[in-house]
Design a protein around this ligand. Structure first.
Ligand SMILES: Cc1ncc(COP(=O)(O)O)c(C=O)c1O
Length: 414
């Protein structure tokens, strides 16, 4: 049991709603501290719209999204808006999921089903990917009895096509790469990797969970973003999270299929003798339809010009953050193609700076190898909150440099 928390069984008698609300209100994490952990919320008025749409449809069961016309229409509109950003084929399509983990799971599952027909000789199926592939692949592979073979990176933290080519064997069913990875926030050389996958006759998936709804707008603003979407021949599926830089309320992500034909490998229909055919949009059965309607509301409200406006804000926050970090002795912000931003210290132990920020109340994420601190930078982050964070960082950094034996923390991603 967590120290200081009282965990009790179901009370014999109910508690008045006001008392319940008061109890929950006490848990609220004060801004701006909570912001880092709850990043990707978007500006307050956007959050309010998403929350409103979510609560309006919260009690509707997304179980029926393939069947109930009002829900099917909204889900398909979300998919149509999202896929339009990816230079789709005329029959490209997708599915709404609960998050990046489920989107990547869906890609693994579809590839496994596809491989039964197209890679029949694969006896112990594996997936080849650069070392920075997100751990949701290892997790999905555990459920699906697949092996993930990871390959070494180049000096910038990008996958190396030749290493991928070398690792592919008769049991390989998929190659997966990131656009970008969370770890280095750099985009793998998708075009070269997809060509290797196509030549080997295996499924090619791009994990764009973190950047799928940011990179298209960075590119429109003139940032140098290498090709990673359906413009690249051979890319068969793409995962992209609405609840990251799409600024939609969680849980919300998308898995896109280059051709409608690939989506057929995603669906699982069980013909139950008693219930009849049982087929859902994805892995979940019953689910709240709230996040589907909220995503529709956010996408419709923002439109392309809204996303461009928020992308400019991300770039501005990033530039200010990089300047402030690099101005501190020994601190180094990493060069990243997309987001999130990471930094480390060359003068002091980075885990000690991480711990100092935690002690000040900031909920930080980080990387273990090499040790680094992650700053996702949400366009909803106010100027005051950013200044507050940078002030605390300066103070913690100065103290850690002065102290002989500073308290160090265990850096964590999750
Ligand atoms: C590249 C990448 N893929 C997948 C995921 C998993 O997403 P989720 O936490 O929404 O399941 C993340 C999460 O940060 C990610 O950065």
């Amino acid at each position: 049991m967590l120290e200081g928390y009282v965990v009790e069984p179901l009370p014999k008698h109910g508690t008045p709603a006001d008392t319940v609300k008061q109890a929950l209100q006490q848990i609220e994490v004060p801004d701006p501290y909570g912001h880092f952990a709850r990043a990707f919320r978007g500006p307050p008025e956007l959050q309010a719209l998403g929350k409103w749409a979510f609560t309006e449809f919260m009690s509707d069961n997304g179980f029926f999204s393939l069947y109930a016309p009002y829900m099917q229409q909204i889900e398909q509109q979300v998919i149509a808006m999202g896929v339009s950003l990816l230079h789709p084929e005329t029959d490209s399509t997708g599915n709404f999921t609960s998050g990046g983990t489920e989107s990547n799971f869906s890609a693994l599952h579809a590839a496994k089903e596809w491989a039964r027909i197209h890679r029949p000789k694969a006896r112990k199926p594996n997936v080849v990917a650069p070392f920075t592939i997100h751990p949701s692949f290892q997790k999905g592979a555990r459920y699906l009895d697949l092996e993930i073979i990871t390959t070494d990176l180049d000096a910038d933290g990008r996958g190396v096509p030749a290493n991928i080519a070398r690792a592919i064997n008769d049991d390989t069913i998929m190659v997966a790469a990131s656009a970008p990875s969370w770890h280095y926030a750099n985009i793998d050389p998708i075009a070269a990797i997809a060509k290797i996958a196509a030549d080997a006759g295996v499924w090619m998936h791009v994990d764009a969970c973190v950047g799928g709804y940011l990179s298209p707008f960075l590119e429109k603003l003139g940032e140098p973003i290498p090709p990673w979407d359906f413009r690249v021949p051979g890319v068969m599926s793409i995962s992209a999270d609405l609840h990251k830089y799409g600024y939609c309320p969680k849980p919300a992500s998308t898995i896109y299929w280059r051709h409608a034909e690939y989506q057929q490998y995603h669906y699982v229909q069980v013909d139950d003798a008693f219930l009849g055919p049982y087929k859902m949009a994805g892995f979940s059965g019953s689910r709240s339809a709230g996040s589907i309607f909220a995503a529709w509301a956010v996408l419709r409200h923002l439109g392309e010009d809204g996303y461009l406006r928020l992308t400019r804000r991300v770039l501005d926050l990033k530039a200010r953050c990089v300047r402030a970090i690099d101005a501190l002795e020994g601190l180094k912000a990493w060069q990243v193609d997309v987001m999130p931003l990471h930094f480390h210290s060359e003068k002091a132990p980075t885990p000690a700076i991480y711990q100092g920020l935690l002690d000040k109340g900031w909920m930080m994420l980080g990387l273990v190898q090499p040790p680094a601190i992650t700053v996702p930078l949400d366009p909803g982050l106010s100027d005051e909150a950013l200044e507050h964070f940078l002030r605390d960082l300066r103070e913690v950094h100065g103290r850690v440099i002065r102290e002989r034996d500073p308290k160090t923390g265990d850096i964590r991603y999750g």
